[in-house]
Ligand binder design. Structure first.
Ligand SMILES: [Zn+2]
Length: 361
């Protein structure tokens, strides 16, 4: 079977392939049903596959679809790892926990966000405390998400965003847009005002990690940032933390850290890694987001803005709606053999390094 065949054309196919591969591999499987439905009225699930001992010392945790539409990538890796038999490389004291489509609504509807228009990777803040403020986003909110969406609006607003970048700097522009905001529920990169279903589900699944576990390596699969096909290991652990030092060691320095300014990602509010770390405080957690490039940043951003407009104002079934769905899919999934091969090679290398790192820790 070629690598490309591990990847799927839509959520339903991805789910079917994952469950078939998990069953063939002899995994213990759980399903968590999302309260909403997919575009064809189908039920939506985050699915979980466990392999390995019941009382492991180490756990390799992989996650796909944190940002729904990015699920094509991580799903392909998870399916391939099961189908190819690579899961047999698990050491005797190590279990594998694969969470497939943790945000199934976003995956099925090809949106980056959850059913509540929330960016799951900005949702892990303490919602009882005051929410982080993002004044840059407030400045740009109307420009980013205009009520009309056509060529002249796109040209005009892109020019305004470019002017902001010239004035404030590229980093300030990136942080304003993608750092996470809690003031505009209909906007992009909205972190929400309460725990999403996906957050609750993820933490519930983590609660089943057996007390025997001492080490958990997390690889959360993402797309849409950086050079096409390149997989950047983005580590959101705090500077000077033991976790960051472990990640540097395991990946031999081939990783980046937003808070050290070495990553193509800026520092973000409410990332899931820090939420998972809090939930697993008794365990040594070493996590990365493995982030693959697709299209240039400007086009990814434009696709996100278009999709946000479509959700708020447009008609999904119209030619314009269908064109926007194709645009957003391409922004997060390059349906091409060379891209899938690059995704696969880097993913397998990374998973092997994580397994070796835990074995030696
Ligand atoms: Zn992402």
């Amino acid at each position: 079977m070629s690598v490309s065949q591990y990847f799927s054309a839509d959520y339903a196919e991805a789910r079917r392939k994952f469950l078939d591969a998990a069953q063939t591999a002899g995994a213990r499987v759980e399903h968590h049903e999302n309260p909403e439905r997919g575009p064809d009225g189908e039920a939506l699930f985050a699915d979980v596959a466990w392999l390995g001992p019941q009382a492991p010392r180490c756990v390799l945790l992989t996650i796909s679809g944190t940002h729904g539409a990015e699920g094509f990538c991580g799903s392909g890796v998870q399916v391939g790892w099961l189908e190819s038999g690579l899961h047999k490389e698990l050491p005797a004291d190590t279990a594998s926990l694969q969470i497939h489509a943790v945000n199934p609504h976003g995956f099925a509807w090809i949106r980056r966000v959850t059913e509540d228009n929330v960016d799951l990777n900005r949702n892990f803040v303490d919602h009882a405390a005051p929410h982080p403020d993002n004044p840059g986003y407030r400045d740009l909110a109307e420009i980013l998400c205009p009520p009309e969406w056509n060529d002249s609006v796109i040209a005009e607003t892109e020019a305004q965003l470019a002017a902001y970048g010239e004035r404030e700097g590229g980093h300030a522009l990136q942080k304003a847009i993608s750092g996470g905001q809690y003031s505009h529920p209909d906007g992009i990169f909205y972190g929400g005002r309460e725990d999403t279903w996906s957050r609750r589900t993820l933490l519930e699944i983590l609660g089943r990690i057996p007390p025997s576990a001492e080490q958990v390596a997390i690889i959360d699969y993402h797309t849409g940032l950086g050079p096409r096909g390149y997989g950047e290991r983005i580590c959101a652990h705090l500077p000077d933390s033991g976790a960051l030092k472990r990640a540097e060691q395991w990946y031999d320095g081939d990783m980046t850290c937003p808070s050290l300014g070495t990553s193509s990602a800026c520092e973000l509010n409410g990332v899931n890694l820090q939420g998972m770390e809090r939930a697993l405080s008794r365990v040594a957690v070493t996590g990365i987001a493995l982030e693959y490039g697709t299209l240039p940043t400007r086009l990814v951003r434009q696709a996100l803005r278009a999709d946000n407009w479509l959700n708020a104002h447009g008609d999904l079934g119209s030619p314009k709606g269908r064109a926007i769905k194709a645009q957003i899919r391409e922004a997060f999934y390059q349906d091409a053999d060379d891209w899938k091969q690059m995704v696969w090679d880097r993913a397998i290398e990374t998973q092997r390094l994580a397994l070796r790192g835990m074995a030696e820790s």
